[in-house]
Design a protein around this ligand. Structure first.
Ligand code: FAD
Length: 303
């Protein structure tokens, strides 16, 4: 058997039934295609397996990192020590609860949730069609696009707390604000969310989804690895416009670059490292600040 770290050995002994991968490249699980190996990556199939993983992490004194679809993460080149719990494609399932409510599990992508709602003639998630992250990741950071935001349609969120208890937060308790929820401080794990939607003709909803997807394809560099908007929208401006005005379209450090197509996107041109990408974000923020007096903050979560 290959040499294993203590953590790899202990987790596989305690949880033999859970799918585990050792030294799994984060680059395979992030839309930037950047990031070194995760010491242990676990793929729980349900709440019970997730709870067992959390309990084991507490016993082993290791705080797990939660990964959805990895579409808003810059993972370090040196990799991630400890445990990464990947929920995409694991925590699945969607159901209609009544005329206007659906429940969606955390690992389902927002695009699939929007397609499911549309098929039921339920409107409200059209904006989420085309956001490549999971519902868990979307709730965590209050994802939004084209005037829509998770907080406008999310009625409640079921979470698994670090003490192993399951709790339900109301929309108000989630403390949603621009690209933020209380989960950034609390570290609870989203299990599922209930959305309250509005009845509309299926064709009208699908038409709106098609329209938004066309806008995305026309304006965003969807052919290159990115994490969507690299910076949050600052007070008093738009990140893309400020970057463009500073003459930074195409600005590049190594293979990390500001997209020529959309100045709000940082893209990986091939072999960008996390170090390149972080240096790019820092320098862009600096230059924009000198040019406009407005400080840009990364939207992408830097691990
Ligand atoms: C091409 C492209 C377009 C994009 N367009 C948009 C857009 O229009 N609007 C927008 O808002 N975003 C956009 N994004 C960014 C991204 O898709 C969203 O931020 C999305 O919400 C991230 O979800 P994820 O599952 O990928 O989360 P990840 O990137 O895996 O994780 C992001 C954060 O959420 C946490 N997290 C993930 N799942 C859970 C969970 N179940 N419980 C608790 N915490 C969790 C992680 O720990 C991490 O801190 C885009 C990205 C790309 C690549």
């Amino acid at each position: 058997m290959m040499n294993r770290t203590d953590l790899q050995r202990k987790i596989s002994e305690i949880l033999p039934e859970i799918e585990l991968r050792f030294d799994e490249p984060m680059a395979k699980h992030t839309s930037f295609r950047i990031g070194g190996p995760a010491e242990v990556m676990a793929f729980p199939k349900n709440k019970e397996e997730l709870a067992a993983l959390l309990k084991t992490s507490t016993i082993l004194d290791c705080i797990p990192a939660i990964l959805g679809a990895g579409t808003n993460i810059l993972a370090p080149d040196r990799g991630v020590e400890g445990l990464v719990i990947c929920l995409k494609d694991c925590m699945g399932g969607m159901e209609q609860l009544d005329e206007v409510h659906i429940r969606v599990a955390a690992g389902v992508t927002m695009t699939r949730a929007a397609v499911f709602a549309a098929g039921l003639g339920l409107s409200g998630l059209e904006f989420a069609h085309g956001i490549p992250g999971t519902v868990g990741g979307g709730v965590y950071m209050n994802a939004g696009a084209y005037g829509g935001e998770i907080c406008q349609v999310c009625q409640s969120v079921e979470v698994l707390c670090a003490d192993g208890n399951v709790r339900n937060y109301t929309n108000q308790e989630m403390g949603f604000s621009y690209r933020h929820s209380i989960l950034e401080e609390q570290k609870d794990i989203v299990l599922s969310a209930v959305f309250v939607l509005e009845k509309k003709p299926v064709e009208e909803i699908r038409g709106r989804m098609r329209e938004l997807m066309e806008k995305r394809s026309a304006s965003q560099p969807l052919d290159l690895p990115s994490a969507g908007s690299a910076f949050k929208r600052p007070v008093g401006g738009y990140a893309a416009a400020l970057i463009d005005q500073a003459g930074l379209k195409g600005f590049r450090i190594g293979d990390a670059a500001i997209s020529e197509k959309h100045a709000g996107f940082a893209v990986n041109l091939g072999n960008a490292t996390a170090e390149d990408m972080q240096a790019l974000l820092r320098q862009v923020s600096e230059i924009v600040y000198k040019n406009s007096g407005i400080r840009l903050e990364p939207e992408v979560r830097i691990w």
